[in-house]
Design a binder for this molecule. Sequence first.
Ligand SMILES: *Cc1c(COP(=O)(O)O)cnc(C)c1O
Length: 355
Amino acid sequence: MENLRFEKRAELKQKPTDESSLGFGKLTTDYMLAINYTGAKGWHDARIVPYGPLSLDPATSSLHYGQLIFEGLKAYKTGGGEIVMFRPRENIKRMNTGLERLCIPTLDEDFTLDAIRELVNTERGWIPSGDGTSLYIRPFILATDPVLGVTASDSYLFLTILSPVGSYYKEGMSPVRIFVEDKYTRAGAGGTGYAKCAGNYAGTMLAQKLAAANGYAQVMWLDGKERRYVEEIGTSNAFFVISGEVITPPTSETILAGITRKSSVELLRSLGYTVTERPITTDEVYDAYKAGRLDEAFATGTAAVVSPIGELGWKDEVMKLTGGKIGKVAQTLYDELTGIQLCKKADPFGWVYRV
Ligand SMILES: *Cc1c(COP(=O)(O)O)cnc(C)c1O
């Protein structure tokens, strides 16, 4: 690729030999992608360089005020040995939406996609091939002005780092316990909930920690104003199946527009399911549960693709769903979506991007 400089690493890292102990985000590869921005030059000096520590002035503005946006997507090695990514352009588009909200200059979609592809291609030897494994791709941009004033920076650094990750489910997909969080919230009207910006996640860790102490895998977030409407589940989007109808809250300024969510809606509709994007309250979920009409509930996101919910803790109630088994819609969605991602099934939507 033109305009992309390559700096060779003196010595390559040791690659892992045991794919079953990869975990999530513990290892990084040999190289990273870097692009600089200044007001005078725009985005410039795109390069693939050895992965390593950054040298930052302690006054670097993003370290204090969180002017930082990240993304998350995956590359897979298919059964046929091909390297593919899932809808990567959608991630760059979403990153640009977040960048605008945080007063960070946007990226050129085509150039950025090509540069990420080049990095993944350089590191193809790091992509695991075991069931459920992948190469996690983490692009991010941070403000780099060494100035303590609370203003948008004039300089930025775009980086992309890669991490080989293990299967989210060690023994196949299994239902998780979710706690409905009715005290803390993750987003408010007029805020940054729809952007993958660093600060949004710092604010979620207390609720997550408290829920984990009670044996819950994640929290279900409610709206910031009334704590009535379901918004998201951890860092994934929420789906309910009530009397056969699949319901997911509509994306809004307080909900992150998941690419897995959007793909799930399209895919389930193509399979003949009725999928409705509308607000849904915890009362409606509970009433449906009591009436025996809550068929199942699940979450969607890049990390686990689909997480079926086995138990939903709300106030003093514990709703037990699908008899502790995986719901039919969640299983179908998981099989179809991962089938397309790994090129085991036809891709009528054109979602698979070959590296
Ligand atoms: C990333 C993320 C999601 C899921 O988005 P995908 O594109 O499907 O991975 C959902 N909610 C939040 C808060 C997120 O950060």
